[in-house]
Design a protein around this ligand. Structure first.
Ligand SMILES: *[C@@H]1O[C@H](CO)[C@@H](O)[C@H](O)[C@H]1NC(C)=O
Ligand SMILES: *[C@@H]1O[C@H](CO)[C@@H](O)[C@H](O)[C@H]1NC(C)=O
Ligand SMILES: *[C@@H]1O[C@H](CO)[C@@H](O)[C@H](O)[C@H]1NC(C)=O
Ligand SMILES: *[C@@H]1O[C@H](CO)[C@@H](O)[C@H](O)[C@H]1NC(C)=O
Ligand SMILES: *[C@@H]1O[C@H](CO)[C@@H](O)[C@H](O)[C@H]1NC(C)=O
Ligand SMILES: *[C@@H]1O[C@H](CO)[C@@H](O)[C@H](O)[C@H]1NC(C)=O
Ligand SMILES: *[C@@H]1O[C@H](CO)[C@@H](O)[C@H](O)[C@H]1NC(C)=O
Ligand SMILES: *[C@@H]1O[C@H](CO)[C@@H](O)[C@H](O)[C@H]1NC(C)=O
Length: 484
C-alpha cells in the first residue's frame, strides 16, 4: 500500500509550511522593526461568516492575520460587510483555495500586499469598489490568471502603470469608474485580449494615447461618461468590428464626429453638442440635453431605430428632416421648442412605435400627420399648449380609436382651462371660461391664448436660466470651499 506516504495532500503541507513561516517570522519582524500597531492576529473567519457573508471583520494596515487553522475547501463566494479591512489578508487564497467570487466593497481597503493573489487561480470575480485604494502596483494580479470581472470603482486611483493589470489575460469586465485618473499609459490594457466591457466613467481623462485599445478587439461596451474630453476620436476604436455601447455623456464636446463600422448604442447626454456627424451604422442614439439646433448628420440614417433628441433647442423642424430615418421605432422630441409640426413630417416613419412630443408649445396639428404612423403604440403629447377642441378631435379620431397609450399631464389646475382625458388644454375664445360654448373652434389662436402660451414659455425659459445660473454659483462656492 502506497497510501501511507500520501496521508496529507501537498497543498496542506504547503499551507502548514507557510503558517509556520509566518508564525516564526512575524514575531521577529515585530521585535525588530514594525513601527506601529503591527501584530500577529488570529481572526477565525468561521466566527464572522455565515452563508458566505462575513461581517464586522477589522484588519489594520500592519496586521498579519491568520484566518483559519486549516484551509477551508469548497467556499466559493465570500462577501464582507460592515468591515474595515485595510488590506486583503495575505493568506486569503490559501485559506479559501476554491474562492471564485470575493466582494470586499466599502471596507476601507487601502493597499495591496505583495504577493497578493498567489493561489487565486480559481478567482473569477473580484469586487473592490468604494474603497481607498491609491495605486494598482505592477504585476499585483499575478496568480489571479482566471479573473473575469474586476471592479475598482470609487477608489482614489490617480495613475495606472503599464503592468498594473498584467496577468489578467481572461479579464472581460473592468470598472475603474469614479476614480481620479487623468491619463492612462499606452500598454495598460494590452494584455486583456478578451476585454468586453470597460468602464472609465467619472474620471478626469482628457484623451487617450493613440492605439491604447488596439489589442482589445472584442471590446464592445465603453463608458467614458463624466470625464474631461473636449474632443473625441472614434479612430481609437477603428479595429473593433462591432461595439454595443459608447457613452460620452457629460463631456463638453460641442462638435462630435464618429465613425464606427457598427455601433449599437451611442449615449451622449449633456455634452453641449451643437453638431453631430455619425458615419457607419449606428442603431440607437441618445442625445438628450444638448444644444442641437439642427438634426445630426447621419448618412446611414436608414439603420437608426431609436433617436432621442429631447431637451435640445431644435425648434420647428424644417425641410423634412426625418425622410431618411425609415427604420425608426422610437423618436423622442420632448422639450425641443417645437411649436408646429409640418404635415408630412412623419411620412416615412411607418415603423414608428413610440413618439414623444411632450413639453413643447404645440396647440394644434394637422390630423393627417398621423396617417403614416400605422404602428404607433405609445404617443406622449402632454405638457403642450393644446387647444381643447383640437385635443378632443385628436383623442377621438386617433389616440383612443387606435388604442394608443399616452400619459396624463401634471400642469397645475390654476393654469389650465380644462383637461381632456387628463391632458391640459386651453380654449381659444375666452381663457376664463371653463366650457367652450361652441363658437366654431377656428384654426387660429385667439390673442388671449397666444398671450397665455407666451407667458408660460417665458416662465419656462426664465426658470431654466435661473437654474443654470444657480448651478454656476453653486459650483463657484464649491470651488471656493475647496480652496479654503
Ligand atoms: C451591517 O450593518 C447594518 C447597519 O448597522 C445592519 O443593518 C446589518 O444588519 C449589518 N449586516 C450584517 C450582515 O451584520
Ligand atoms: C459603506 O459603509 C458605510 C458604513 O460602514 C455606510 O454608511 C455607507 O453607506 C456604505 N457605502 C456604500 C457605497 O455601500
Ligand atoms: C508601456 O507599454 C507600451 C507598449 O504596450 C510601450 O510602448 C511603452 O513604452 C511602455 N511604457 C512604459 C513606461 O513602460
Ligand atoms: C472575441 O470574441 C469571439 C466571439 O465571442 C471569440 O470567438 C474570440 O475568441 C474572442 N477573441 C479573443 C481575443 O478573445
Ligand atoms: C470611416 O472609417 C473607415 C475605416 O476606418 C474609412 O475607410 C472611412 O473612410 C471613414 N469614413 C469617413 C467619412 O471618415
Ligand atoms: C444638461 O447638460 C449640461 C451640460 O451641457 C449639464 O450641465 C446639465 O447638468 C444637464 N442637465 C440635466 C438635467 O441633466
Ligand atoms: C442597414 O440598413 C440596410 C438597409 O435597410 C440593411 O440592408 C442593413 O442590413 C442594415 N445594416 C445593419 C448592420 O443593421
Ligand atoms: C423623452 O425624453 C424626456 C426628456 O428627456 C423623458 O423625460 C421621457 O421619459 C422620454 N420619453 C420616453 C417615452 O422615453
Amino acid at each position: 500500500m502506497r497510501r501511507g506516504c500520501h496521508r496529507w495532500p501537498v497543498w496542506w503541507l504547503v499551507w502548514k509550511l507557510k503558517l509556520l513561516m509566518l508564525l516564526l517570522l512575524i514575531p521577529m519582524a515585530t521585535a525588530v522593526s514594525l513601527p506601529s500597531s503591527g501584530q500577529l492576529r488570529r481572526i477565525w473567519l468561521q466566527d464572522h461568516c455565515n452563508a458566505g457573508i462575513c461581517a464586522n471583520v477589522e484588519i489594520g494596515r500592519n496586521d498579519y492575520v491568520i484566518l483559519s487553522q486549516s484551509p477551508i475547501a469548497k467556499q466559493v463566494m465570500l462577501t464582507f460587510v460592515n468591515s474595515s479591512i485595510a488590506k486583503i489578508p495575505h493568506l486569503m487564497f490559501d485559506t479559501f483555495p476554491d474562492l471564485q467570487l470575493l466582494r470586499m466593497e466599502n471596507c476601507s481597503l487601502e493597499t495591496f500586499e505583495k504577493p497578493q493573489f498567489e493561489g487565486a487561480s480559481n478567482l473569477m470575480s473580484l469586487f473592490l469598489g468604494h474603497n481607498r485604494l491609491k495605486d494598482i502596483p505592477k504585476n499585483i494580479f499575478l496568480g489571479a490568471d482566471n479573473l473575469n470581472t474586476l471592479h475598482l470603482e470609487d477608489n482614489q486611483l490617480r495613475t495606472l502603470h503599464n503592468h498594473s493589470f498584467s496577468a489578467l489575460k481572461e479579464l472581460k469586465e473592468l470598472s475603474l469608474a469614479d476614480n481620479q485618473l487623468e491619463q492612462l499609459p499606452l500598454g495598460v490594457f494590452a494584455g486583456m485580449r478578451k476585454l468586453l466591457d470597460l468602464n472609465l466613467a467619472g474620471n478626469r481623462l482628457t484623451g487617450f494615447p493613440r492605439g491604447i485599445f488596439d489589442r482589445n478587439l472584442n471590446l464592445t461596451r465603453v463608458n467614458l461618461a463624466r470625464n474631461r474630453f473636449t474632443v473625441f476620436e472614434s479612430e481609437l476604436f477603428k479595429l473593433q468590428p462591432r461595439m454595443a455601447l459608447l457613452d460620452l455623456s457629460g463631456n463638453i464636446l460641442h462638435e462630435l464626429t464618429l465613425n464606427f463600422s457598427l455601433l449599437e448604442l451611442i449615449v451622449a447626454q449633456g455634452c453641449d453638442l451643437r453638431r453631430l456627424t455619425v458615419y457607419g451604422v449606428v442603431h440607437e442614439l441618445d442625445l438628450r440635453n444638448n444644444s442641437l439646433r439642427e438634426m445630426p448628420h447621419i448618412p446611414q440614417a436608414v439603420n437608426v431605430t431609436t433617436l432621442d433628441l429631447s431637451q435640445n433647442p431644435l425648434g420647428n423642424l424644417q425641410g423634412n428632416p426625418f425622410r431618411r430615418f425609415t427604420s425608426l421605432l422610437r423618436l423622442n422630441l420632448s422639450t425641443t421648442n417645437i411649436h408646429e409640426l409640418a404635415e408630412g413630417l412623419f411620412k416615412k416613419q411607418t415603423q414608428l412605435k413610440m413618439l414623444d412630443i411632450s413639453g413643447n408649445t404645440i396647440y394644434s396639428l394637422k390630423i393627417t400627420l398621423f396617417d403614416s404612423l400605422k404602428q404607433l403604440q405609445y404617443f406622449y403629447f402632454q405638457q403642450n399648449n393644446w387647444n381643447c377642441d383640437f385635443l378632443q378631435l385628436l383623442m377621438s379620431s386617433f389616440v383612443k380609436r387606435r388604442d394608443i397609450s399616452f400619459m396624463e399631464d401634471v400642469t397645475a389646475p390654476e393654469l389650465v382651462d380644462d383637461y381632456v382625458d387628463g391632458i391640459a388644454c386651453w380654449y381659444e375664445s375666452d381663457k376664463f371660461s371653463k366650457k367652450c360654448d361652441g363658437d366654431g373652434g377656428g384654426s387660429s389662436l385667439s390673442n388671449a391664448a397666444i398671450e397665455l402660451s407666451v407667458v408660460r414659455n417665458e416662465i419656462k425659459a426664465f426658470t431654466e436660466v435661473v437654474e443654470k445660473k444657480f448651478v454656476k454659483v453653486y459650483r463657484m462656492l464649491e470651488e471656493m470651499k475647496l480652496k479654503l
